[in-house]
Structures are given as C-alpha cells and as structure tokens.
Design a protein around this ligand. Structure first.
Ligand code: FAQ
Length: 359
C-alpha cells in the first residue's frame, strides 16, 4: 500500500469509529437485505424509515438514497470549509483580543464541522480526497452565502446572527435525519452553531444598541447586505426544489425549504426589532390570518447567478481554498510518512515510532 493510501486508511478507520457506532455490531451481511427482489427491498427500507429507525452504513439502502446523502453531506462539508474564509478574513482585524480569540475559535469550529461531515460522507463509500478534489476542481456546490464579501466588522456580527442562525434552523431537524452518521454528527455541530449565533448577535447588540451613530449605521448596512442572501441559504422555493419531495419521504429532510425559511423569518424579525434595526424588505408585515410574517419576493436570478459561479467572491473563494490545499501539502505528506513508519513498526519491520525519528 502506498504511504498516502495507508494514511487515508488510518484516518478513515478513525473517523468511521466516531460516527458509526453500528459498524462493528453488524454481521457481515447487511441486516435489511431481503431475499426478494429490488422492489421488496425498497419497500422494507421505506418501512424502516417510516418507523423512524436509523439507517446505518452497513445496512442495505437504495443507491439513490446513498447518492442523495453523499450529495447533500458533501455540499454541507464544503460549505463549512469554504465558510471559514469570509470570517477568517477578519481575524487579524478583530477590534479586541477577546473578539479575536472568539473569532479564531469559531472559524476553527467550522473547520471541525467540515471534518465530521467528510467523515460522515466517507461511511457511504466516498473518500474525503475524492470530495476535496471535486471541490478544488470547481465541480462541487457549497452554500451560496459564502460567495459574498465581508466588508466591515459588523459583517462578522451579521454572519453569526443571520448565517449561523439560518444554519441552525436548517440543521436542528437534520439531527433527526434517517441516516445515523449524519444525524449524530449534526448534534455537536448544532450545539456549536448555537454558540456562534449568540456571539454574532452579541456583536450586533454592541454595535447597534450601545455603539456610536457610525457603528449603528454599520450594523444596519450589514443587515441590509446579508438579509436576502441569508434567506437564499434555505434553497430554491418548494415548487422549484427538485430534491425536497424525495428527501422528505426518506426523512433526510424533515421540513421543506420554504417552511424553514418562514421559521427563520418569524424568529429573526423580533430580534432585529430588539436591535433597533430594520429588515430591508418593504413588503414585510405580520399576517394575522397565518400568524406568520409575510415577506417580499426573493431575487432568484441572483441566487442562480451565484450558483453558476458568478457571485461577488466565487473565484476568490476557490482560489483561496486551492492555495490553502497546496500549502498544506507538506503537512499531509509528513503525516503520511509518520503513519507509514508507525505502521511498519507495528508489523515489526520498521523503527520505533517517535517524533525524533520522524523529524
Ligand atoms: N447554495 O432541490 P434542492 C453553514 C442547490 S452550513 C448552493 O432544494 P436539497 C455553517 C442544491 O444543492 C450551510 N446550492 O436541494 C456555517 C441542489 O443542487 P444539485 C450549508 C444550493 O439538497 C455558518 C439544487 O440547488 N448547509 O452555513 C443552495 O433538497 C457560518 C436544488 O435544491 C447545508 O448544506 C444554496 N443555498 O436542499 C459555516 C445544510 N440551496 O445537488 C461558516 C444541509 C440549494 O441538484 C460560517 N443541506 N442548492 O446540483 C440541506 O439542508 C439541503 O441540501 C439544502 C438544499 C436545503 C441546502
């Protein structure tokens, strides 16, 4: 085995153990494989889903279910990794040591989320290296929101409040997703996102409620620029969403895109009021009949353009990610060499492991 492959193998085993408790307890035969044909298998699979049983990596699953999960989890993982960039941009310019420490911790958490999610995707039979190659080649999607620039410090507050807020609204139901490894990864991710949202709201509070006039204006300007892209994070409207119906049947998604968007609007409007800021939507009003806020139309043309790579920062984000991947090459190679040496030692054919030998 080539050293690099060996290293990947170690990582995969390590990560698989974290999120696939059922892996070792299953026998060699997938438990849900029925002797009957494909249609019968699918019927039994759907029954398990309807009983709210978790599907585990070694269980039989329809190929389309597997591919849907790989697609969604990979896009989610990429979003976390690319999502480090807009905020990472402000670490050196955070206005105090405390703000800097908090922001570093937050950005590091997002990197960790990406790693859990790549691990969850690996349980479906795709390697992290493969997914990363797709991202770097520009063949993979990640959330549209991360193609917008962070122009002022208030943007860091707006991202935590709105972007992490939208992420939580979308991801809490994913803790009940039918696929076990994804659902379990989401539990910790949601706890951390909740901290992220509070830190963002606290920045907004400081600027908008106890800041100077210029700081209040900066907070309003950030809300003006991030509001509509945050609503787009929930995906196309239900009539345009190609995957929602099937993903709901499989209980990968528990709510539709529009349902989650509405929940987010309902939760966020009062928060904006408390900040003394106005939502940049002239059509926004409380609708007594539905007991929800009614809002104006979303510019889906802008959403589609961002998805096609024409957002303000698409090129910059991919270029930054490619450069980071390249500059991390020596770390991957050193880790692979170390793992290789360690594994030779365990089989009695190499030197004892230790940083002294590795350096
Ligand atoms: N951006 O039929 P649907 C975060 C694509 S994490 C780009 O509705 P689906 C943490 C969609 O993939 C944010 N593409 O699809 C953080 C599909 O493309 P395909 C990410 C989008 O899967 C905070 C096509 O459009 N969260 O923020 C977007 O049923 C702060 C048709 O759409 C997740 O990934 C979009 N906004 O529903 C990090 C959560 N929306 O594959 C750093 C998990 C849709 O056919 C700082 N994902 N598309 O080519 C999901 O819940 C779902 O995948 C949806 C989309 C709801 C995003």
């Amino acid at each position: 085995m080539r050293p690099g492959l060996k290293f990947l193998y170690h990582i995969r085993l390590g990560s698989v153990h974290m999120y696939t408790q059922a892996l070792d307890s299953c026998g060699t035969e997938p438990p849900s494989v029925a002797p009957a044909g494909e249609a019968e298998r699918e019927r039994q699979f759907q029954e398990r889903i309807d009983r709210d049983e978790k599907i585990e990596p070694k269980d039989w699953m329809p190929d389309a279910y597997r591919q849907t999960l790989i697609r969604q989890i990979a896009q989610h993982a990429h979003s976390e990794i690319i999502g480090m960039l807009p905020e990472g941009n402000w670490i050196t310019r955070a206005p105090s040591l405390r703000r800097k420490a908090v922001l570093i911790a937050k950005v590091q958490d997002e990197g960790g989320h990406g790693m859990y999610l790549y691990s969850a995707a690996e349980t479906l039979g795709v390697s992290r290296g493969e997914l990363m190659a797709q991202l770097l080649a520009g063949r993979a999607k990640y959330s549209s929101i991360f193609n917008y620039p962070t122009l002022t410090w208030a943007d860091i507050g707006a991202i935590g409040w709105l972007v992490d807020g939208a992420a939580i609204m979308n991801q809490i139901p994913l803790c009940r997703c039918s696929y076990g490894p994804y659902a379990r990864a989401m539990v910790r991710i949601c706890k951390e996102e909740s901290f992220h949202q509070r830190q963002g709201y606290e920045i907004m509070l400081t600027l908008a409620r106890s800041g100077t006039r210029a700081q209040r204006e900066m907070a309003q300007d950030a809300l003006d620029r991030w509001w509509w892209p945050s609503l787009m994070m929930f995906g196309p409207s239900d009539v345009e969403s190609g995957h929602t119906a099937q993903s709901m049947r499989w209980r990968i998604k528990r709510f539709t895109n529009d349902e989650l968007r509405q929940k987010f609007i309902d939760a966020t409007v009062p928060q904006a009021r408390f900040l003394g800021l106005s939502i940049p939507d002239p059509d926004l009003r409380w609708d007594e009949a539905s007991q929800h806020y009614a809002s104006g139309p979303i510019d889906w043309g802008e959403f589609q353009a961002v998805l096609k790579g024409e957002g303000p920062c698409n090129r910059e984000r991919l270029a930054a990610r490619r450069a980071a991947h390249e500059s991390g090459r020596w770390v991957r190679e050193a880790a692979a060499a170390y793992a290789d040496k360690h594994s030779d030692h365990r089989t009695g054919t190499g030197p004892a492991p230790g940083y002294a030998q590795a350096s």
